[in-house]
Design a protein around this ligand. Structure first.
Ligand SMILES: [Zn+2]
Length: 171
């Protein structure tokens, strides 16, 4: 779901790589690596604007210093009048969004852990929020077919714990 036509420039912020694409009224960020105390996201303030979509699939580790930096960025972007959309949130990122309300922003899609009842495959699957919203609002993750054996894969987490960030969205 990256924005085609936007050329990205990759910056290294500690153990995080951030690819930044900016066009007139939209910006796209792709974060890859560790969101920890070494990632100073303040560099992005004043660079991205308008509709800011942030791809978080590559974020594999997040700690409290990293999430503090993240929350500061969100706050700053909001006060600059930007609209933030989170895409493809990794499991590591979902855990943080669930714990820290200030770290939340509207989510377009996110990864869920799934398991196949037949072949035992465990894999994260990307869920689009909008088409699945009624089910997700009831705390139910959509069913999916196993890529290996085509059997039914089911959600491998407690929905009421994993989907907190959706059930209690940012104001
Ligand atoms: Zn299977």
């Amino acid at each position: 779901m990256s924005s085609p036509g936007l050329k990205g420039v990759t910056r290294k912020m500690g153990r995080l790589e951030v690819t930044v694409s900016v066009e007139d009224h939209q910006s796209h960020l792709q974060l890859v690596g560790y969101l920890d105390g070494s990632a100073d996201l303040r560099e992005l303030v004043g660079v991205v604007r308008g509709r800011v979509s942030i791809d978080l699939e590559g974020v594999t580790f997040v700690n409290s210093l990293g999430i503090r930096s993240w929350t500061r960025l969100l706050r700053q972007l909001k006060s600059d009048g930007a609209t933030v959309i989170l895409q493809r949130c990794s499991e590591a990122m979902v855990m943080q969004l669930n714990m820290i309300r200030d770290a939340r922003a509207p989510v377009e899609s996110f990864f869920c852990p799934y398991a196949c009842g037949r072949c035992g495959l465990r894999a994260p699957l990307c869920i689009e929020v909008e088409p699945n919203r009624p089910g997700l609002a009831r705390g139910a993750a959509p069913e999916a077919a196993c890529p290996t054996c085509q059997s039914l894969m089911t959600f491998d987490e407690m929905p009421e714990r994993y989907l907190v960030f959706l059930l209690d969205p940012p104001s």
